[in-house]
Design a protein around this ligand. Structure first.
Ligand code: ZN
Length: 261
């Protein structure tokens, strides 16, 4: 009997030693579940390389002339800025679209600029995309669809097929209605602060709705097209602060585009 007792104690001791070396608290720190900013930046650059294979881009000098007057006005008035924003202009006149990837990258199709009646409407669309970034929707979406381990594996392996899949996820629709509504609300608020009437977004969507049959319906900005009526009403009914006055861009929009695009 004594031998058995000693054996049992020995097993217990070894068991405890084993536990001491292998036991980890069940709740890992938050950072274990989040994509670090450094990784987000690296992944954004891989996505950019992938998109550069897929699309034709205008040079930075064109982005500077066409988009910067609009983007600088928006960015200067952002309350908190999570990212250093980078805007890219894709040479594609057929598609009226804009989308955001991660780490502050925003891609705009030349087709959107040509479709818009004025730079105020473009400001509204860009404010919406900035909203997705600031609200954390993009990283959220990748984490939900792929998970951290896949993203980290892609970063260490640089698997081209996977990166292309990630680009596709970000370009195609996938935000839920709540995220879309919040990005619109973010846009209304930012537009108001830079003295652009949120109704400009409604004008853009009204025009798009009238012509939507000519565009595929899986584009980011018209992703909620069954809801575009609500969206138009939302922008039109936004309560402007007292004494609000719109300040238009001093740009001859059509002439600028004709010259640059
Ligand atoms: Zn959106």
């Amino acid at each position: 009997m004594k031998v058995w007792r000693e054996l049992l104690i020995l097993v217990l001791i070894f068991g405890l030693i084993w536990l001491a070396f292998t036991w980890r608290p069940l709740s890992l720190p938050d950072s274990e579940f989040r994509l670090s900013r450094e990784r987000e930046k690296d992944l954004a650059e891989l996505i950019m390389d992938d998109l550069e294979d897929e699309f034709v881009f205008y040079p930075d000098s064109t982005v500077e002339k066409v988009l910067s007057p609009i983007t600088s006005r928006l960015l200067d008035s952002l309350r908190e800025k999570k990212y250093e924003y980078k805007f890219h202009l894709i040479d594609n006149s057929r598609e009226v679209n804009a989308f955001a990837t991660i780490d502050g990258h925003i891609y705009v199709f030349s087709g959107l600029l040509k479709f818009a009646d004025n730079p105020e409407q473009v400001a509204g669309i860009l404010a919406h995309e900035i909203g997705h970034h600031e609200n954390g929707d993009l990283v959220d979406r990748l984490m939900k669809e792929l998970g951290l381990s896949v993203l980290v594996a892609v970063l260490s392996g640089g698997d081209a097929v996977m990166i292309s899949e990630i680009s596709k996820i970000l370009i195609s629709t996938g935000f839920d209605r709540k995220q879309e509504r919040e990005a619109d609300e973010f846009a209304y608020d930012l537009m108001t602060r830079v003295q652009i009437n949120p109704a400009r977004l409604a004008h853009f969507f009204t025009k798009l709705k009238a012509e939507e049959k000519t565009y595929p319906d899986d584009l980011e900005i018209i992703a909620t097209h069954p809801n575009s009526k609500n969206r138009i009403e939302g922008a039109l009914s936004y309560q402007l602060p007292e004494g609000f006055e719109e300040k238009e861009f001093e740009i001859d929009w059509k002439e600028l585009l004709e010259k640059e695009l």
